[in-house]
Design a protein around this ligand. Structure first.
Ligand SMILES: Cc1cc2nc3c(=O)[nH]c(=O)nc-3n(C[C@H](O)[C@H](O)[C@H](O)COP(=O)(O)O)c2cc1C
Ligand SMILES: CC(C)CC(=O)C(=O)O
Length: 358
């Protein structure tokens, strides 16, 4: 008998999204690079890590509110930037932005969005005038164009720049190759790329982008800069030294370099390298409240989700995204309570062990 309640967890949202979506677009969202080893590893790593709860702590129900980079958030979960929301639902990024603002979580709007950042910001503010919106940037070799995009994000009221640094080239996506999916369908454009005609093929993912570009960016904007896609502790140290304001420990959901480790497995070493100097966010494979707790225990201030938002959007637009966020919120309350923690800030490292370990 088919469920009448709808999906009760993120996995079921993925199944429902798969039913709802054009298979070519489902493949774009779900796929990883090449053999998808890393995409699978991200989720598998969370299953391998175990939680060892504390008991009889008498703390009462946990609060989820916290701050990330000085921004208040209703829970330690952000929306990772994902491109092309219009492929999932006609409401596109406006629907996602309303759901994020309604849930009081930070949305990281993608540079390769199918809706202009000004409109996304306006929509979020209709729901909550203090809605937090960060802007994800692929630094372009054309610095004039890069600066124009940054100015638009600033003017729209974005409060941080998330610079994706794991993309000196596009990962090799074989599902996309098989499906011949290399461009947006007619009628869809990347509205943040208007200055270069709105065509995603105008975006350059360049191996020439370097720390020099970061210094340049630091010089042209006062916005906090977060690097997304750091996996090596030495890069984390360099980032701190260069005055970067935060890091997203991420392997791009396994869509760039295949066979990188699961991002959660890199978190402890990055946390040690950074030594609490700047906040860390973890993304990749987060599908459960328990996954968020594991990220908090291993040194993150918050986790972020990419595909789960897209599954919610595909299933039911704004309401679907809102439901995904509220499921994860309920799971997180439950997990923290069962772990004996009363806030995202009081999750000890020894809550997590490998396998059945010490
Ligand atoms: C369909 C899709 C599009 C994405 N587009 C972008 C993007 O434009 N910029 C970016 O920095 N990351 C992008 N990402 C990566 C996400 O920000 C995030 O790192 C990843 O999805 C996290 O893994 P998860 O999907 O397992 O939660 C994309 C991911 C997906 C699945
Ligand atoms: C078109 C891509 C560069 C967007 C992206 O980052 C992704 O699909 O993972």
């Amino acid at each position: 008998m088919k469920s009448v309640r709808g999906p009760v967890n993120v996995r079921e949202f993925e199944h429902a999204a798969r039913d709802a979506l054009d298979p070519v677009f489902y493949d774009y969202f779900a796929s990883g690079a090449q053999d998808e080893v890393t995409t699978a590893a991200n989720e598998a790593a969370f299953r391998r890590l175990c939680l060892v709860p504390r008991v009889l702590r008498g703390l009462g129900p946990p609060g989820l509110e916290t701050t990330v980079l000085g921004h208040r958030t209703s829970m330690p979960l952000l929306m990772a930037p994902t491109a092309f929301h219009r492929l999932a639902h006609p409401g596109a990024e406006l629907a996602t932005a309303r759901a994020a603002a309604g849930a009081g979580v930070v949305m990281i709007a993608a540079m390769l969005a199918t809706t202009a950042i000004e409109e996304v910001a306006g929509e979020a503010r209709k729901v909550d005038e203090n809605a937090a919106l960060w802007f994800q940037l692929y630094v372009q070799p054309d610095l004039g164009f890069t600066e124009a995009v940054v100015r638009r994000a600033e003017a729209a009221g974005c409060t941080a720049l998330v610079v994706t640094v794991d993309s000196p080239a596009l990962g090799r996506n074989e599902r996309g190759d098989r499906n011949g999916f290399h461009d947006l369908p007619p009628g869809m454009r990347c509205e943040n790329l208007r200055e270069i005609g709105g065509d995603v093929r105008g975006v350059v993912l360049s191996p020439e982008i370097s720390w020099r570009h970061l210094d340049w960016l630091r010089g042209i904007t006062g916005l906090p800069i977060v690097l997304k896609g750091v996996l090596h502790p030495e890069d984390a140290r360099l980032a701190v030294r260069r005055g970067v304001d935060g890091l997203i420990v991420s392997n791009h959901g396994g869509r760039q370099l295949d066979t990188t480790p699961a991002s959660i497995d890199r978190l402890p070493v990055i946390a040690d390298a950074v030594g609490g100097e700047i906040p860390l966010v973890l993304d990749g494979g987060v599908r459960r409240g328990t996954d968020v707790v594991k990220a908090l225990a291993l040194g993150a201030s918050a986790a972020a989700v990419g595909r789960p938002v897209l599954w919610g959007l595909a299933v039911d637009g704004e309401d679907g995204v809102a439901r995904v966020l509220s499921l994860l919120r309920a799971e997180l309350v439950n997990a923290l309570t069962l772990c004996g923690c009363d806030s995202p800030l009081s999750v000890p490292r020894d809550l997590v062990v490998e396998g059945g370990g010490r």
